[in-house]
Each structure stands twice: as structure tokens, then as C-alpha cells.
Design a protein around this ligand. Structure first.
Ligand code: DX5
Ligand code: ZN
Length: 229
């Protein structure tokens, strides 16, 4: 995984057909997705349950690019090796998920994955300042985690602060929640480079009508890139 700050679209398979994850991953990659975002929820850290390491291992052969695993679970540490062995390229843990985020991030890198740290909407940017040299990605939640299809919360001030704090470090800023063609330019302008989008990518399409995914991905990307035009 090489580093750059180009806009990357990361469809969240939380909005895919749960009976057909392999084909859905192939369809979104064929249609221009840069990363595949996998939302892991435990019914404890967030009020919803999705899937675990076995599901990640099952879809891994259907993903050619980056498998971006967002852990909305607590505790995190007992499961890091399992997600790394399942083939996660990036493993992101929430700073709110436990008292020892520093140890968690060390463990993610030690397991051979890129380390991400996620911040809930109520968590300020400065909390992660001491961690910036041990992360590869900061995920700014623009909804309260747990469900797809929620309304975008404006975190542009936080994104701007993080962008400044990160400076020249090779650290991605990822935005997760409510990203669509109208909100993508706001977050791109503030300094984000990885845009997670669930409902805005999958809406109207299917594995038998995948061009819609391609149109949706293109529209979000162009809206975000338009910022620099
Ligand atoms: C929310 C998840 C998101 C979610 C985004 O807890 O982390 O990845 O699927 O979905 P949309 O794009 O529909 O807001
Ligand atoms: Zn997510």
C-alpha cells in the first residue's frame, strides 16, 4: 500500500447485499472503488451487530485492492490478530473503545496491518495528538457509528485541525458517514482523502446492474475533486 493524498472512494459493504458479499466486492472494485470498507460491529460498542473475522477472510479473495476494516467493537485487542490474519490491510480502532489505544495501535502494526484510529463525533481532535506517529490513518466519524444511511454531521473544523496536526506525516484522513456528492466537497476541502460511502454508492444498483455503482462512485469522486479545479 503506497501513500498518496489523492481522493479515494471506499464503499462500505454495510450497504451491500448481505447474501452476496463476494460478488458485491468484485462489482464495486470493477466499477472504480479504491478501497473496500468493512464495518465490524459488536452490539456493545455500537447498537448493531454485523460480522467478524471469518467473514473478512471469506471476502478477502474477492478483493484485489485494500481491505479497510473499521472495528466498532470493545474490547479490540483480543481480535486484532484474527482480523490481520483474515487479510485486513488497514485495521481501525476507536479511541473511545478502551483505556489503552496506544497499546492497541502498537498491536495492530505488530500484526502487520496499517493502523487507523477513529474518532466519534463527540471526541475532539487533540485527543489523538500523542498518537500521530503511530497511525497510518485517522477516521473522522461524521455520524454516530452503528448504522448506514444517517444524516451527515459537519465535522469540517475537526478535519481542518487534524490536517494541520498531521502536517507532512504519511497519515490518511478518512471520513465515514453521510458522504454523498453534496458533502464530499466539504470534507475534501477540509483535508480528507479517503471517503467512505455506503448508501450513496450502493443506492439504485446491484450485482446485476453494477454500472449504477460506477456512476455513483464517479459522481462522489468528481464532486470531491472539483474542490481543486
Ligand atoms: C457507520 C459506518 C459507516 C457507514 C456509512 O457506523 O461506520 O461506514 O456504513 O454509511 P453511509 O455512507 O450510508 O452513511
Ligand atoms: Zn465505517
Amino acid at each position: 500500500m503506497s501513500f498518496d493524498r489523492k481522493i479515494k472512494i471506499a464503499p462500505s459493504i454495510l450497504s451491500a447485499d448481505f447474501a452476496n458479499f463476494g460478488a458485491e466486492c468484485e462489482a464495486i472494485e470493477d466499477q472504480g472503488a479504491d478501497w473496500v470498507h468493512v464495518d465490524v460491529m459488536d452490539g456493545h460498542f455500537v447498537p448493531n451487530i454485523t460480522f467478524g473475522p471469518a467473514m473478512c477472510a471469506a471476502i478477502r479473495p474477492h478483493i484485489q485492492g485494500v481491505m479497510d476494516v473499521h472495528l466498532m467493537i470493545s474490547p479490540v485487542d483480543p481480535y486484532i490478530d484474527a482480523f490481520a490474519q483474515a487479510g485486513a490491510d488497514v485495521i481501525t480502532a476507536h479511541v473511545e473503545a478502551g483505556p489503552h489505544i496506544h497499546r492497541t495501535l502498537q498491536a495492530i502494526r505488530a500484526a502487520g496491518a496499517k493502523a487507523g484510529v477513529a474518532l466519534n463525533p463527540g471526541t475532539p481532535a487533540n485527543v489523538i495528538e500523542p498518537l500521530l506517529d503511530m497511525v497510518d490513518l485517522v477516521c473522522v466519524m461524521t455520524v454516530n457509528p452503528g448504522f448506514g444511511g444517517q444524516k451527515f454531521l459537519d465535522m469540517t473544523d475537526k478535519i481542518r485541525t487534524l490536517r494541520e496536526m498531521i502536517g507532512d506525516r504519511p497519515v490518511h484522513i478518512e471520513i465515514d458517514g453521510g458522504v454523498d456528492p453534496s458533502t464530499a466537497p466539504l470534507v475534501a476541502r477540509a483535508g480528507a482523502d479517503v471517503l467512505v460511502a455506503g448508501s450513496a454508492v450502493f443506492k439504485g444498483g446491484s450485482v446485476t446492474n453494477p454500472q449504477v455503482y460506477g456512476d455513483n462512485i464517479r459522481t462522489i469522486r468528481e464532486a470531491a475533486e472539483g474542490v481543486y479545479a
